[in-house]
Design a protein around this ligand. Structure first.
Ligand SMILES: NC(=O)c1ccc[n+]([C@@H]2O[C@H](COP(=O)([O-])OP(=O)(O)OC[C@H]3O[C@@H](n4cnc5c(N)ncnc54)[C@H](O)[C@@H]3O)[C@@H](O)[C@H]2O)c1
Length: 249
């Protein structure tokens, strides 16, 4: 991709799954990375594993905690000497019937997936505007932000809201030269997906996907790289669906 070399890139949830594959991809593109994850051992392991590929630093941060989010973004700017790209990726999910859904569980999903996404995006955007060098922001939504799925009312609501957050940010930040878009992956095989679904469930699920398989984290990393790159220089305020054709039917 064009325009990623030497860029300062912030990734939330970069220690596992899609975020980890994305950190690897951006290092291969020559970007410099500052990331966070929730678990200290995963953050340390990621730095150890990926450091041979390029410049990568990271820390533990709970994105739903405002103080931690502010501290993380300040540390990222200090380490990178300016943030060019934000990949706002951290998110959680679990299955739960709507009729039994508790307010506590609703709040937990929304606090990480939506409040956390907002807090990090606001802090990075403030710094991008102050620096006046433009930038690119990609928010992680989901195909579940575009179509419903049973047992995921809280998750689906958080992802639908992220798409509207992205569109509003695009309106307000476009005049500052900051592009804002969202990714909508379908089923991607990651530790999150494997924590919810059995191999038998996944084998049956692929019948709903015209390409006949689930996606790989590296395929989402490639879409992140495209949206953040100069190759997507006129893409703004839009969502990119990568779901093996699932929503085409
Ligand atoms: N896997 C899929 O099928 C799929 C599909 C569509 C969208 N997504 C979205 O992609 C993103 C990544 O999902 P994944 O499957 O790689 O998940 P994962 O569980 O494999 O990895 C999640 C990452 O987020 C971090 N994280 C979790 N809670 C956090 C918090 N409060 N603060 C900071 N970091 C936190 C974890 O430490 C980890 O690094 C999520 O937003 C998810 O909703 C996933």
């Amino acid at each position: 991709m064009r325009g990623l070399k030497n860029k300062g890139v912030v990734i939330t949830g970069g220690s596992r799954g899609i975020g980890l594959a994305t950190a690897r991809r951006f290092l291969e593109e020559g970007s410099r990375i500052y990331f966070c994850g929730l678990e200290a051992d995963e953050v340390a392991q990621t730095i150890q594993d990926l450091s041979p590929l390029g410049t990568i630093q990271g820390q533990v941060c709970d994105v739903s905690d405002e103080e931690q989010a502010i501290q993380f973004v300040a540390a990222a700017e200090e380490a990178l000497g300016g943030i060019d790209i934000l990949l706002d990726n951290a998110g959680i999910a679990w299955e739960e019937n709507f009729l039994e859904m508790t307010a506590e569980h609703w709040d937990k999903i929304l606090s990480v997936n939506l409040r956390g996404m907002f807090l990090i995006a606001r802090e990075v955007s403030k710094r991008m505007v102050a620096r006046a060098s433009g930038g690119a922001i990609v928010l992680m939504a989901s195909k579940n932000g575009l179509a419903g799925e049973v047992k995921y009312a809280h998750y689906n609501a958080s992802k639908g809201a992220i798409i509207m957050l992205m569109k509003t940010m695009a309106l307000e930040l476009g005049p500052h030269g900051i592009r804002v878009n969202a990714l909508c992956p379908g089923y991607i095989l990651t530790p999150l997906a494997e924590s919810i679904d059995s191999p038998e469930f996944i084998a049956a699920y692929v019948n709903n996907i015209p390409l006949g398989r689930v996606g790989r984290p590296e395929e989402v990393a490639a879409a992140y790289a495209f949206l953040a790159s100069d190759d997507a220089s006129f893409m703004h305020g839009t969502e990119l669906l990568l779901d093996g054709g699932q929503l085409a039917q």
